[in-house]
Each structure stands twice: as C-alpha cells, then as structure tokens.
Design a protein around this ligand. Structure first.
Ligand SMILES: C[S@@+](CC[C@H](N)C(=O)[O-])C[C@H]1O[C@@H](n2cnc3c(N)ncnc32)[C@H](O)[C@@H]1O
Length: 284
C-alpha cells in the first residue's frame, strides 16, 4: 500500500496503523504471523524523509504504533511526484492520499500577471484565470488517475481526501479566504514599498479546490468507459482510417480525443448495446 503525499507524519502513521488493524481484524481467524505488509511513503523529493523515518522508529519503540507486535510491516520511502509513475504495473493493492491532491503539478500556464494582485482564484480574478486553473486541475487529476490505474492491481482500492469547494460557481464567493488575506497582506507591503509589485503580480499558488461535480466528471472521463469503447473501436477502425487519411500515420492522437468524447457522452447518456444470440440445431 502507499500513502501519496505523506509529509513528515504523524498522520501517515495513524492511517497506516488503522489500515493494518482493519486487515488484521478482518483476517482474525487466519494465521496473523504469516501476514506481511509492504508500505510505501511517498512525497516530493524535498520532503524530510529522514525526519519521517526517525518518527517511525520512535513511534515503533514508544507505542508499537505502526507495527503491531505480531505483524511484519516493511516501510519504504518513495520520493517523487505522484503526477509521475512511481510503481511497477499491477503492484499496488491499496493507495491513499490525504490532503495533498489539491496541489497542482505546476502553476497554470499563461497566468503570470493576468491575476494581478491575487495569488489564487479570487472574486476579482478574470475568467481566463479560472479556466486556466480548472484546466490544469483536470489535466493533473486525469494524469494521477491514469498512472495509478496502471500501478494498481485489478480490484485494488484507492481512497482520496482533498480540499474542495461547496458550490460550482467560483465567482460567487471567495473560496479560500486565507489566501485572499495573504494576498492582501502582500499588497499592503507592496504599497509600503517593502515588496516589489512585479514579484506579487508574477506569484500564483499551484493549488485548486474543485467542486464535487468537477471531480466526478474527471473520474468518469478518465475511467475505463471512454477508453474501453475507444480501444474497441480502434481495433476495428485503425487499418481503414490509416489507409484512407494520408496524414494519419499514427492514430494515438485521434483515439485519445475520441475517448474523451466518449467519456463525456457516457456521463450524460447510458450506452446500450444489444447482442443477438442464436442457438441452432441441424435438422434431420
Ligand atoms: C498538507 S500535506 C498532507 C500530509 C498528510 N497526508 C496529512 O494528511 O497530514 C500535503 C503533502 O502533499 C505533498 N505533495 C504535494 N504535491 C505532491 C506531489 N505532486 N507528489 C507527491 N507529494 C506531493 C506535499 O509535499 C505535502 O507534504
């Protein structure tokens, strides 16, 4: 199992303990001595992994917190962004991430300066800024889901918690007042000549609070539906398309777009496919 965005603890260890306790409880009639757990703690390379493992040791000694006395738990650090592949294919049984997925892989492109004195989406942010943030989030969450989809075993389970907003409409209210207040404080210091205006105008936070509908839609689009249909159609259509369309040397781009379209369609419509089955006997 893995904790994606584990930070330096101690929360990561309480989740791990809970998961291990639950498994042991469910398998209480089995031989617990034979149970072994392989746990990966992931965060960005700058994370203090030394501090994390020191804490693990102290918790182990003090409370036996992480490693139940009878369970064998092997813990590994995995430095790297969860927006990249971190594990071999079909290797994860359980992945969780708490309070980390609202961090984007980067500040949305093209934002510099358009957001002026705002450092996140605010009521006074122009619509292009909202769109750029939403697009970046969509790209990032889709990437995250696709990569984990490759890494998890069939039937594996993932639990994610992250910050979000309650309403769809971003422009109706400030969604993260604390960032607006930080922006205001920075602006005060710019006005007093303590900070450069240019530095404030070029600073935006790579953070996004999606609403529930946005997340559902991305999960559905990234989910197997659109891809599965697109792959099936590709198997039939690719040779015909390639031989007809002179510029279509490689169908990857076409079917990538096509699977998104199908994903969107499947969000609204139920796809039905009727199969006809016949059983025939040869007459006398
Ligand atoms: C608020 S902390 C959450 C810590 C912990 N999961 C908890 O619930 O207490 C967010 C963590 O996500 C990590 N993080 C942000 N972006 C990440 C990325 N792309 N890949 C891996 N970790 C990331 C940060 O470094 C930070 O440690």
């Amino acid at each position: 199992m893995v904790d994606l965005g584990c930070a330096t603890g101690p929360n990561t260890f309480s989740v791990l303990t809970r998961v291990i306790d639950t498994i042991q409880h469910l398998r209480r009639n089995g031989n617990q001595d034979s149970q072994e757990f392989q746990v990966f703690l992931n965060d960005l390379p700058d994370n203090d992994f030394n501090g994390l493992f020191k804490l693990a040791e102290s918790l182990k000694e003090e409370k036996g917190l992480v490693f139940g006395s009878r369970s064998r738990c092997f813990v590994y650090g995995v430095p790297g962004s969860f927006y990249t592949r971190l594990f071999p294919r079909n290797s994860l049984h359980f992945a969780f991430s708490s309070c980390s997925l609202h961090w984007l892989s980067q500040v949305p492109q093209g934002l510099v300066r358009q957001n002026k004195e705002n450092i996140y989406i605010s009521i006074s942010s122009p619509p292009e800024v909202l769109d750029a943030y939403a697009e970046q989030y969509k790209r990032d969450l889709s990437t995250f889901l696709r990569l984990r989809g490759e890494e998890m075993v069939p039937g594996g389970r993932m639990v994610l918690t992250f910050m979000g907003r309650k309403v769809n409409d971003f422009s109706s209210q400030e969604h993260y007042k604390f960032y607006s207040m930080l922006a205001q404080t920075l602006l005060d210091m710019v006005t007093e000549g303590l900070l450069e205006r240019d530095d404030l105008y070029s600073f935006n936070i790579p953070f996004y609070m999606p609403c529930q509908q946005e997340v559902r839609s991305i999960i559905n689009q990234e989910g197997s539906g659109g891809k599965l249909v697109a792959e099936n159609i590709r198997a039939i259509m690719e040779p015909m398309l390639v031989s007809h369309f002179a510029k279509l040397k490689n169908c990857d781009a076409l079917f990538e777009r096509y699977s998104w379209k199908i994903g969107e369609y499947l969000l609204k419509e139920k796809a039905e496919c009727h199969m006809l089955a016949f059983s025939l006997n040869r007459g006398d």
